[in-house]
Ligand binder design. Structure first.
Ligand code: CA
Length: 221
């Protein structure tokens, strides 16, 4: 899952990014409203964590602007110290999906993010289950035919992405975007290597290559 963190407090941003490291998210960070606006227009994110008091463009304005655009349906969670009822109402009315007051507990943030992503993917069920695979976003545990399978964070992310819509081709571009964000893929982490590893750890027939396009989790049984 690719998350855009919009936060001008550097220490807090680093703390959040650190807390999410290795947890199956790619977190890209911008420190002001205009950079956020630009990133949101150019790239695709699964979720936005949005501070309200931001340099150059206020978070609420940014949110309204996002929601006014057609592609602006990405889930947004506001993270802010503005904690009056009016602030919260304004945030929600501007199109936020959830609201967390600083200082917050990182575990609560993680749980709320999982809930938001679930909703945005149209699921009420926390577990993703398909063809003998079961993936738990809360624990990042993957099981295949009941057996626990060890995954690197990148393998986990890739599998997660493919499991959201079995039978639907996910483009290479979309997958790279989710896995690497603004960072380059490392030598052991190219898409081909990760797919190869998943096939080895699960079943080679589960993930099909669509040449020149991307990959698909076979609909299977
Ligand atoms: Ca701020």
């Amino acid at each position: 899952m690719r998350v855009l963190l919009v936060e001008d407090d550097r220490a807090l941003a680093q703390g959040i990014r650190m807390a999410f490291r290795g947890e199956g998210y790619t977190m890209d960070w911008v420190a002001d409203g205009l950079d956020a606006s630009h990133a949101l227009r150019c790239e695709r994110f699964d979720l936005v964590l949005l501070d309200l008091g931001l340099p150059r463009q206020d978070g609420l304005d940014l949110l309204r602007e996002m929601r006014a655009r057609e592609e602006g349906n990405v889930p947004v969670m506001i993270l802010t110290a503005r904690d009056t009822t009016t602030d919260r109402i304004q945030g929600l009315d501007a199109g936020a999906d959830d609201y967390l007051i600083k200082p917050f507990d990182l575990d609560e943030l993680k749980a709320r993010i999982r809930a938001l992503l679930r909703r945005s993917q149209g699921r009420a069920q926390p577990l993703l289950e398909h063809s003998g695979i079961s993936l738990d976003p809360a624990t990042q545990e993957v099981r295949y035919q009941e057996n626990l399978v060890t995954m690197t964070p990148m393998e986990y992310q890739l599998l997660h992405q493919l499991l959201i819509r079995p039978g639907v081709v996910v483009t290479r571009e979309r997958l790279s975007n989710t896995l690497y964000g603004w960072h380059e893929s490392g030598p052991g982490n190219t898409l081909e290597v990760l797919i190869h590893n998943l096939r080895k750890k699960l079943d080679s027939r589960l993930i099909r290559t669509v040449r020149g396009v991307g990959y698909v989790m076979e609909r299977g049984s």
